[in-house]
Design a protein around this ligand. Structure first.
Ligand code: NCD
Ligand code: ZN
Ligand code: ZN
Length: 402
């Protein structure tokens, strides 16, 4: 078949190394079927799914049962994270999960959404050592739980949006990131600081990399689109953790991105139900669907001259693929090999309408935003799987990669 692109761009299928679906546990928020349909609609042809489902992926049995569900229902090619908490450190489960094919691990230093919390620094240290032994990267949600406890208590009586921001101050992130960098220096564990939001943390990560530490900074398209004032004016639909910071920090995030201090983009797709979002800010489960707005938001940034297309491909395809060990081996890229490709119309102007998402979550901070740039055709292993942001393939067409 011959396709005339006529001014459109042909890019690699995007690789999202940080997404949350809710099956098992909270299928009403997002099942595998709807969440993976959202991926291909948004131009993402490979996802790595986070382990904070219920029950969490703490051992090989849970990994297998989740992988079986994906075999049946996934629209998109996929790989999995293993979870780390105090429960499975020292049990042999981490090594077993690595042997069973997870491509990375995730641990939470602070409460976010889900049952996973690792706030014991001694156990955390042992976790880093075990992950290093297993030879896989560790993603970490780096906010300091002690700070969060203290600040949460202070603003518990304030019901407004400020309470949410004040309950998770920047210092909770910068402190946790410094602690993590110390542990990385000692253990040598390849580490991704997930969803970095502060310019200060990015600067510390940059310096650590310059010293040779195997640490990477991941930033989300959400934090590159909205600052604190935007989130405050959109309201609870826009609440995610860690929070968006002030306008000055927002500009510095972009400066760091432009200087090459960010290694990975990850959408942090983290859907909840609409009715859960219309609660007082401190009671809203944090996170939003992002798979159908991540590529468009970044195309819009390219249109505004803030990002280049090769940076986008590097941050949201090549590097996540390499980090998760999914990059094709030498010699595998040859004429006739199957290919994940996205056709992008860089000039298409459109308005985000969350009620039209393939995702089960019908809210988005991007709702109503006018964007320039759309993934118009998506090919997974050579087959057309989405067009004009509507998914065409069948549940079960996605394959597991490890
Ligand atoms: C994520 C979720 O809901 O699973 N929420 C979020 O606000 N980012 C968890 C996480 O990545 O911290
Ligand atoms: Zn997180
Ligand atoms: Zn996340």
């Amino acid at each position: 078949e011959r396709v005339d692109l006529d001014g459109e761009w042909l890019l690699p299928g995007f690789v999202d190394g940080h997404i949350h679906l809710r099956e098992p546990g909270y299928v009403e928020k997002e099942g595998i079927e709807s969440g993976t349909a959202a991926a291909v609609a948004g131009g993402v042809t490979t996802i790595v799914e986070m382990p904070n489902t219920v029950p969490p992926v703490l051992d090989v049995d849970r990994l297998r049962s989740k992988a079986d569900r994906f075999d049946r229902d996934s629209h998109v090619d996929h790989a999995f994270f293993g979870a780390i908490t105090e429960e499975n450190v020292g049990t042999g489960d981490i090594r077993a999960l690595a042997d069973a094919g997870v491509t990375a691990f995730k641990t939470f230093m602070a409460t976010s959404f889900g049952p996973l919390l690792m706030d014991d620094k001694g156990v955390l240290y042992r976790a880093f050592e075990e992950v290093a032994d297993a030879g896989l990267p560790l993603y970490i949600h780096a906010e300091d739980e002690e700070y969060l406890d203290e600040f949460r208590a202070r603003c518990a009586d304030d019901g407004g949006m400020d309470a949410f921001f004040d309950s998770r101050p920047p210092i909770a992130e910068t402190t946790a990131v410094s602690d993590v960098l110390d542990v990385v220096a000692e253990t040598g564990t390849e580490t991704v600081i997930a969803h970095v939001t502060t310019a200060e943390a990015l600067a510390r990560i940059r310096d650590a990399r310059a010293d040779g530490l195997p640490v990477h900074a991941e930033v989300t398209p959400y934090h590159l689109t909205f600052d604190r004032d935007d989130v405050a004016s959109i309201g609870t639909h826009a609440i995610g953790t860690p929070p968006a910071r002030d306008a000055e920090n927002f500009e510095r995030l972009w400066d760091h991105l432009e200087s090459g201090d960010v290694q990975l983009l990850g959408s942090d797709h983290a859907p909840h139900q609409l009715e859960e979002r219309d609660r007082p800010p401190l009671e809203v489960p944090p996170g939003m669907p992002q798979l159908e707005t991540a590529v468009p938001a970044m195309l819009d940034a390219i249109d505004r001259g803030r990002l280049t297309v090769s940076q986008l491909v590097d941050l949201y395809a090549q590097r996540p693929a390499r980090l998760h060990g999914l990059y094709p081996r030498k010699g595998a890229i040859r004429p006739g090999a199957d290919a994940d490709l996205v056709v992008v119309d860089p000039d298409r102007e459109w308005t985000v309408d969350a009620t039209r998402f393939e995702s089960a979550a019908d809210y988005s901070p991007f709702d109503g935003l006018r964007l320039t740039g759309m993934p118009t055709a998506v090919y997974q292993r050579g087959a057309l799987v989405a067009e004009e942001m509507a998914t065409l393939n069948e549940p079960g067409d996605g394959r597991r990669i490890s």
